[in-house]
Design a protein around this ligand. Structure first.
Ligand code: FES
Length: 212
């Protein structure tokens, strides 16, 4: 299926109508991956999914598989799910608890804080000179926790998701209430049919959106 109309002709904000092609177009999806998923804070999970040391949950950042995990000291990490040896997916499970991630290809193993620990045949293959400290799992450059939600960013950034997405109270957005800190209760308090995200200075009062 190919894109037939420019994006601005697919959205009628006055009448609150959008084209359903927006949701199915491979071209839009490709553009979103390039222009949105690589440049925005992405929600990767919730702390309640990794409540204990060693808990992990495999999530995604765009098309990239990432491991959300809590290390043995309780720190939260998000790693690219890619072995530093030859790029195999290190973690093949969706979630669980572990003390080590062992790559299924040649069994390099990583601790829950991403450090390379085990390298089979270390002495004979690498003559003992491979510096394990240089071959940790790749961690996302920016990580932010907001009321239990976990956000990751591909690049270094001074912004944080709380200031970008939440707590913009000028126009009344309330995204998470305090009980959310206990990892349950209400998510969002945006009136039904209202858009969730507005640019800075824009009103949240938008007509209900319909898909046609
Ligand atoms: S690709 Fe992971 S150990 Fe070789």
């Amino acid at each position: 299926m190919s894109k037939t109309l420019p994006i601005d002709q697919m959205i009628d904000s006055q009448r609150g109508i959008i084209s359903r092609e927006i949701f199915v177009s491979p071209e839009f999806h490709k553009e979103e991956l390039e222009k949105l998923f690589t440049r925005a804070w992405l929600f990767v999970g919730h702390e309640s999914q990794i409540s204990k040391p060693g808990d992990f949950f495999v999530s995604r950042m765009g098309q990239e598989s990432v491991i959300l995990c809590r290390d043995s000291r309780g720190e939260v990490h998000v790693f690219l799910n890619s072995c530093r040896h030859r790029g195999m997916k290190v973690c093949r499970y969706e979630q669980g608890n572990t003390s080590l991630f062992v790559c299924p290809y040649h069994s390099w193993s990583y601790t829950t804080d991403g450090k390379l620990q085990g390298v089979p045949l270390y002495r004979s293959l690498y003559e003992g000179v491979l510096n394990r400290d240089e071959w940790s799992l790749v961690e996302v450059p920016r990580l932010s926790l907001y009321k239990g939600t976990v956000w990751a960013f591909r690049w270094a950034s001074d912004d944080d998701p709380a200031s970008l997405y939440f707590e913009r109270n000028d126009n009344g957005i309330v995204v998470a209430s305090e009980p959310f800190d206990q990892h349950r209760e209400a998510w969002v308090h945006v009136p039904p049919g209202h858009a969730l995200i507005a640019r800075p200075g824009e009103s949240m009062e938008m007509p209900p959106m319909k898909v046609v």
